[in-house]
Design a binder for this molecule. Structure first.
Ligand SMILES: N[C@@H]1[C@@H](O)[C@H](O)[C@@H](COP(=O)(O)O)O[C@@H]1O
Length: 241
């Protein structure tokens, strides 16, 4: 299989953030009413900071942008300090000219989670589909919260989090036992539907996952590997052993 994946190696987290911010800046300049797919975690924080600076300098605007986040924990209130809703507001939305009604995250606190999953994919489709999707990667190759073994045809769904993912994400909670056991996440197919994808990964912890992706083997045991079948993916990565 020949993949068209574009690889950009960087020397620092800041460089990764700037290169990723450049891709988002170009997207917003080319299409001010872009539909962006956004991610949480430590990886995108620097890129969000950079985009905030650029928006505040008047270089870009989010006035007509709509965003869809990849995932959210099940059972947390939006206002919980550890929710992805809070993360996104603190790191990006509160500091740029986004309209609150244009912000979407899956809601993990509804009674009918199955209906919310279907509705989330519908909302993305109604908006016209995601133009540019940002991804991080879990050490086990998860994207969004799609853990190893997830079907490549999955749409937005409810997942059981693996112990490794719960441990990785425990830093955002006062007590590791508070990390929810389930999440609602866009599926692999929902992610693949995006017109373009940027995946960012920096640091020793992520090297193994990046090497695995580079090896070119596509398998459901390594969720990110399906990206090799997408026509427009850029991987921005770096870090030393
Ligand atoms: N659900 C998120 C993922 O979307 C993210 O990519 C991953 C890596 O996070 P980090 O960037 O902090 O390493 O963490 C969580 O599991």
């Amino acid at each position: 299989m020949t993949s068209t994946m574009k690889w950009i190696e960087v020397n620092s987290y800041d460089e990764m953030s700037a290169v990723a911010a450049n891709i988002f800046t170009e997207q917003l300049k080319a299409k001010p009413a872009s539909i962006l797919g956004l991610a949480t975690g430590g990886s995108p924080v620097g890129m969000y900071k950079e985009l905030v600076k650029r928006q505040q300098a008047g270089d870009i605007t989010f006035k007509n942008v709509k965003t869809f986040n990849l995932d959210e924990y099940v059972g947390l209130d939006q206002s919980s300090p550890a929710s992805y809703w809070t993360f996104m507001h603190e790191n990006l939305f509160n500091h740029v000219d986004m309209k609150e009604e244009n912000i979407q995250l899956p809601n993990g606190k509804v009674d009918d989670l199955a209906a919310e999953c279907v509705a989330y994919d519908d909302r993305i489709a109604e908006a016209g589909g995601i133009d540019l999707q940002l991804l991080g990667i879990g050490v086990n190759g998860h994207i969004g919260f799609n853990e190893p073994g997830t079907s490549f045809t999955s749409l937005t769904n409810i997942v059981e989090l693996t112990e490794s993912t719960r441990t990785e994400n425990a830093i955002y909670f006062d007590d590791p036992a508070d990390v929810p056991t389930q999440a609602i996440t866009m599926g692999i197919q929902s992610i693949m539907n995006a017109k373009a994808i940027v995946l960012i990964a920096f640091g020793e912890k992520k090297l193994e996952a990046i090497e695995k992706l580079k090896s070119g083997v596509v398998t459901e045991d390594f969720p990110a590997s399906q990206l090799l079948n997408h026509p427009n993916v850029t991987i921005i990565y770096g870090g030393t052993k």
